[in-house]
Ligand binder design. Structure first.
Ligand SMILES: [Zn+2]
Length: 708
């Protein structure tokens, strides 16, 4: 097989940024001898995949391992399918990482090493929930620290791979084995927690200890790999947003490269969720490459792992990841194909990506707005209810920004130093409840330097451990102090839309609501009192009143002067604070009035022309990037009845879009092209802005601006 045209032979060191398209083949135990490696190598070649992740060991070994209790596939015979695939990929000029999965093991391993097996809260060894022939392993004890270290060393020694990617390496829930018990006791002096309450002292210590232990394992494996191959590293399947359990800032320091493992939509999940991964990972990895793992199958609770999804759904999902800086990584389980329908759409995506690679190698995003996320808020304030109390606020704000076509990044709350936040004009704090004094000081300094903030609900009302403060940590910024209670869920409560009595004008926050008089409130509110009297409050509270019997549905208190938004200029910056759960309620109810408020709040706070604005019909995810010699604007068409719940089965093209892009100072435009329709486009440059019109968009369009 010929080496793909354009494959450059890079020095082995620092290979991480080279691959743009990844292929993953996860073998199943009966693949050896039954699947055709040359079929896969040919497919990697045709898709211009420049790196591969291939099953090697852990649960099942796909090479002739000599590590005791490393279970060789029963179909292996004398063959070495992993080695054969590695050699084939190397001939294609690909980077190769080996996949291990240590989460389950076999009865012979249990018999010889019962201490390797995870233990449940009742003290029983855990059988595998999906396959009772297997046992669940303890991630924090000798199984990973000793046995898997030997497996890892053997794979790197035999095959000189570029890294070890480990799936499900961080355990399968709480383990009460003797090792975990004694190690935790040595760390904390306490017994393992039996509650999920984040305010329980043992639970809090456990959250810290578990992370320390896993990062210790990460460093151990990474060190052992580098002793054998200095250009390789450990690549954990880890990371995510507020709900992920390992600290993303540490992950960002340890990882050279990382992969966001959200393979497809399931249940109620909007199309933009893949792009959200890109933003979350980038917040702590910066310019390090991030792959977006997508499966080609149906990802629902019934786990049809060997299925094939509609091509439209695959394409929209992957396009949103690419638009948000993810490098595509397809994953297929089973080397033997039973349904071939995914091959063509993935080949089409990859070929387009290959042809336009120059415009997809991003240097930096140019968004000026950033949505903050907080793992400590999820862990210590949200606890078991983190999805409803924390993530749903983020989801609502995210949806509003998409609908408002405001390009944005995400920021980790433990990276609020000026280097990380000063590229952004405005930070959004969707119920970032748990913030330390230091973090509050960083936010205050950010605003004093000219930054802007839009915050909601209980933001800063708790310290970093989720313990409630007497007052908001950000009271000065909000111009409000805590009024002593949080109400909700509230039935049938409203907000009066107020004019400024002094000027007779509505605040810009109320644009589009001037004729409303009154709009619906959220479902939860923090009682908040203004620090200064007589300030104009654009929204005031109409308290709940009976919603039945219908004869009783009239406001008992038609109007109050209780502010439900605080708007102020502070230092050189601006701050908008909504004491109610506008973002969470928007996610639940999707009221267009709440959308207008969120959009207006971001626009008023930001108070500058955006880096890109896009006008035209439809719902679009808009992102803007700079490459070495170009700018790109991605437009992903999410206009679809299946936007909130897949799978998409039909693409609804949207009409022409008017695009205005702010050019870097002194930039000269050489040409403007659309990379999907492959047209060069007429354009105008006026006052530092580039104006053009895109043709109709089916799934994805990229406006590429070549700079002279
Ligand atoms: Zn254990």
């Amino acid at each position: 097989m010929a080496v793909a045209a354009g494959v450059r032979l890079y020095p082995a060191e620092d290979w991480y940024d080279r691959p743009m398209r990844w292929a993953q083949l996860t073998l199943v135990e009966d693949d050896p001898g039954n699947f055709d490696p040359s079929f896969w190598l040919d497919y990697f070649h045709r898709t211009h995949s420049d790196a591969a992740c291939l099953s090697a060991g852990g649960c099942i070994a796909y090479y002739p391992t000599k590590v005791p209790f490393h279970h060789r596939s029963r179909w292996l015979g004398g063959a070495d399918p992993f080695g054969e695939l590695v050699a084939g990929c190397r001939k294609l000029g690909m980077n190769v990482i080996a996949r291990t999965d240590p989460h389950a093991t076999h009865p012979d391993a249990y018999a010889a090493h019962p201490e390797w097996i995870a233990v449940d809260a009742q003290g029983n060894k855990r059988r595998h929930w999906a396959d009772p022939d297997f046992w669940v392993t303890c991630a924090l004890g000798p199984y990973n620290f000793e046995f898997m270290t030997e497996v890892t060393k053997e794979i790197v020694t035999l095959y000189k791979v570029d890294g070890i990617f480990s799936n499900r390496w961080d355990g399968s829930g709480m383990c009460y084995c003797e090792n975990c018990r004694s190690n935790f006791k040595a760390f904390s002096g306490k017994e393992l927690p039996r509650t999920n309450n984040p305010q329980d002292a043992a639970r809090r210590d456990y959250t810290v200890w578990r992370q320390q232990r896993l990062f210790e394992l990460w460093r151990l494996w990474d060190g052992e790999i580098r002793k054998i191959n200095p250009n390789a590293s450990f690549i954990a399947n880890a990371g995510g947003g507020a709900l992920s359990s390992l600290d993303m800032t540490t992950i960002g320091e340890l990882a050279h490269i990382l992969f966001a493992d959200r393979q497809a939509r399931r249940g109620l999940m909007p199309c933009w969720m893949n792009g959200k991964n890109g933003k979350e990972y980038r917040s702590t990895l910066g310019r390090k490459p991030i792959g977006g793992i997508f499966s080609v199958g149906v990802e629902e609770q019934y786990r049809w792992k060997d299925s094939v999804q509609s091509p439209q759904e695959i394409k929209v999902w992957v396009a949103d990841g690419i638009a948000n800086g993810l490098r595509p990584w397809f994953t297929k389980f089973s080397g033997t194909l039973r349904d071939h329908r995914w091959l063509k759409p993935v080949e089409e995506i990859y070929n387009w990506h290959y042809q336009n690679e120059r415009y997809l190698r991003n240097e930096e995003p140019l968004a000026r707005v950033a949505l903050v996320y907080s793992q400590q808020t999820a862990a210590y304030y949200g606890g078991d209810q983190a999805r409803a109390k924390v993530e749903d606020h983020t989801m609502g704000f995210y949806q509003a920004l998409i609908e408002a076509r405001i390009p944005f990044e995400m920021v980790h709350d433990r990276l609020l130093d000026s280097a990380h936040v000063d590229p952004f004009r405005t930070l959004l704090l969707p119920n970032i409840a748990a913030l330390s004094d230091g973090q509050c000081a960083q936010l205050r300094e950010y605003v004093e330097r000219g930054g802007r903030i839009v915050a909601t609900h209980e933001t800063s009302l708790y310290d970093e451990w989720g313990v409630r403060r007497k007052d908001f940590g950000l009271a000065q910024l909000f111009g409000a102090s805590y009024g002593g209670k949080v109400e909700g869920p509230m039935q049938n409560s409203y907000l009066t839309v107020e004019k400024d009595a002094a000027t007779g004008q509505f605040h810009p926050l109320l644009k589009g609501l001037e004729d409303a008089g009154r709009i619906i409130n959220g479902a939860h509110r923090v009682a908040a009192n203004p620090l200064r009297k007589a300030a104009y409050a654009p929204l005031t509270l109409v308290p709940s009143y009976p919603d039945l019997p219908m004869e009783e549905v009239f406001p008992r208190v038609p109007k109050t002067d209780i502010p439900e938004v605080f708007v102020q200029e502070f230092g050189r910056g601006r701050v908008v604070y909504f004491p109610w759960d506008i973002d969470r309620t928007f996610w639940e109810v999707l009221s267009v009035d709440h959308l207008k408020l969120l959009r207006n709040a971001v626009i008023w706070a930001t108070d500058e022309l955006p880096p890109v604005s896009v006008n035209g019909p439809g719902l679009l995810d808009v992102t803007i990037w700079r490459q070495k010699q170009s700018l790109t604007v991605h437009l992903v068409n999410l206009t679809n009845p299946m936007m909130m719940k897949g799978p998409i089965r039909e693409i609804i093209p949207i009409g022409a879009q008017q695009v205005r892009i702010r050019l870097p100072r002194a930039a000269r435009v050489a040409s403007v092209r659309t990379l999907v329709k492959r047209q060069s486009r007429p354009f105008q440059v006026k006052d530092g802005f580039l104006h053009l019109e895109t043709p109709s968009i089916e799934i994805h369009e990229v406006v590429a601006v070549d700079l002279a």
